[in-house]
Design a binder for this molecule. Structure first.
Ligand code: AMP
Length: 480
């Protein structure tokens, strides 16, 4: 279960999340207060300024262990407050080393936070900045896809806390921009995703560069056998804490399955979105980049404002699509699993699985985007015969069976009459003007040969400069 409702925009325009105190009061262990967690007043001040009144369950459980110097294995998804769960005690542990000196030598890297994607890296570093604003500890973030030279100055000045994606970190190691021999705390955020993305070899290399005597914290949305093995190899006698029950999907999400022939998926999706009204938004998942791109274009041409985010889009395109979605200018945001990772979208009522994920655990991640803070959310999966095998895997993981309802299919695909288009405050630039009919798009959806090859399971060097995976949020803030 997630504990936050996201219903406001903060000053910087990014999604602000309001913590649902009632839910937490129901579940927090012994109603622990921040003031009883032994955190420095300057750290607590930043927490208070964020408007947090009580620690979330994962924070209440994890912080005392981290402060005690224990290795930690924490099961927590985005939305549970996991970032503060490791950042707040980390700042406390590093406080004795805080220095206002300008000398880089006084600011060696003491904590390394590894994340699978650049989006998450940016988000985490932003949180580190927020919580450390009243203490003289420095942080910065490095990730692939941007010129490595632009990241060097901040590293050269010295930072205590470095947030990084594994591939780019190794690039900096090779360029001798960073030294990791004084790292006291290593944090692996979304470790399950790092393994899925093939970062194991990079992680192993990074581990050899760190002191053996260190504290290691592992955060993961799920505890698969691979994660347990990773913990065995990299952690010493860890404490296990759990914000979420094993592989359960949010209980507040109404999940359903519609059986539909592959060729009818598009019309079922379009009908579903129209029936709810184009003002009601949906995050639509596909397995491949190519399908995501095609689907968004096709929806848009059928009068359902849509855009896609996936690994082949530039950073700018992704920011535009996400902003348009957050501002309500588009009805459907079509995303691949990798691109949607860590997305924090306000009050998202519906997730549609246009294609089921290859990895059953991704289903849990996907539907976790809706139904936050006890708000009702819905997840609908459009499943064709070929995908039933995947559905069974998901059911096994969730230990429940979904009734297989047959989707009603409209007689024929129809182009939306112009009055179907919702009134938009202004035409977002990413929504293409209705073009002349393009026969290609009138054809029923067909899986392409290439699509199945371009299954978006990125390689370990996903964050290397060659690949354009843009940040969804703002430019990384760099503290000097
Ligand atoms: P995370 O799971 O780290 O992505 O955090 C999800 C959201 O919860 C972020 O927007 C945080 O600002 C917010 N948050 C974290 N801890 C608390 C807390 N104790 N009270 C209220 N909001 C919180």
């Amino acid at each position: 279960m997630c504990y936050f409702s996201a219903d406001a925009e903060n000053r910087s325009g990014t999604a602000a999340i309001q913590y649902n105190a009632k839910l937490m009061a129901d579940t927090a262990p012994d109603k622990i207060k921040f003031s009883s967690l032994n955190l420095d007043p300057q750290i607590l001040k930043a927490v208070e300024e964020e408007g947090y009144t009580e620690p979330t369950p994962i924070q209440a459980q994890a912080i005392p262990h981290v402060l005690a110097g224990r290795d930690l294995m924490a099961m927590a998804q985005t939305g549970t407050g996991k970032t503060a769960a490791f950042t707040l005690p980390l700042l406390q542990l590093l406080l004795p080393h805080a220095s206002t000196s300008a000398s880089p030598a006084r600011h060696p890297i003491r904590a390394l936070i590894l994340t699978p994607t650049r989006e998450l890296a940016i988000q985490v570093e932003k949180s580190v900045e927020t919580y450390s604003k009243h203490v003289p500890l420095r942080s910065t973030v490095v990730f692939g896809g941007v010129d490595i030279k632009t990241q060097k100055p901040a590293l050269m000045k010295g930072v205590e806390i470095l947030v990084a994606t594994p591939g780019r970190l190794l690039d900096h190691v090779e360029s001798r921009n960073v030294l990791l021999n004084q790292v006291q705390v290593l944090i692996l955020d979304e470790a399950d995703r790092m393994l899925d993305m093939g970062f194991m070899p990079d992680l192993k290399r990074i581990l050899t560069l760190l002191p053996k005597q260190r504290q290691t914290l592992l955060f993961s949305a799920t505890f698969s056998d691979d994660i347990k093995k990773l913990a065995q190899d990299f952690l010493a006698n860890p404490v296990t804490v759990e914000a979420e029950r094993r592989n359960t999907a949010a209980e507040t999400v109404k999940q359903s399955v519609l059986m539909v022939d592959h060729d009818n998926k598009f019309s079922v999706l379009a009908d579903l979105l129209r029936a709810r009204g184009l003002g009601s938004q949906a995050l639509v998942f596909t397995r491949t980049k190519l399908t995501a791109a095609r689907l968004a274009r096709k929806l848009d041409r059928e009068g359902i404002p849509a855009d896609a985010i996936h690994g082949d889009k530039t950073q700018l395109e992704r920011i535009k699509a996400l902003d348009a979605f957050k501002e309500g200018k588009i009805t459907a945001l079509v995303a691949t699993d990798v691109a949607a990772r860590g997305l924090d979208i306000d009050q998202l009522p519906l997730v549609v699985n246009y294609e089921l994920p290859t990895n059953a655990e991704d289903y849990v991640h996907r539907i976790g985007r809706t139904g936050r803070a006890g708000a009702s959310g819905e997840a609908i999966s459009l499943v064709d015969g070929e995908e039933e095998r995947r559905l069974v895997e998901i059911e096994k993981l969730l230990k429940r069976e979904f009734p297989r309802e047959r989707a009603a299919v409209s007689p024929a695909p129809r182009a939306a009459p112009s009055h179907h288009r919702p009134a938009r405050p202004s035409t977002p630039s990413h929504v293409k003007k209705p073009a002349e009919a393009d026969d290609w798009f009138m054809k029923p959806y067909e899986p392409s040969q290439t699509a199945s090859k371009i299954d978006e399971q990125p390689s370990h060097n996903q964050d290397k400069p060659k690949k354009q995976i843009g940040a969804l949020l703002k430019r990384p803030p760099v503290k000097h």
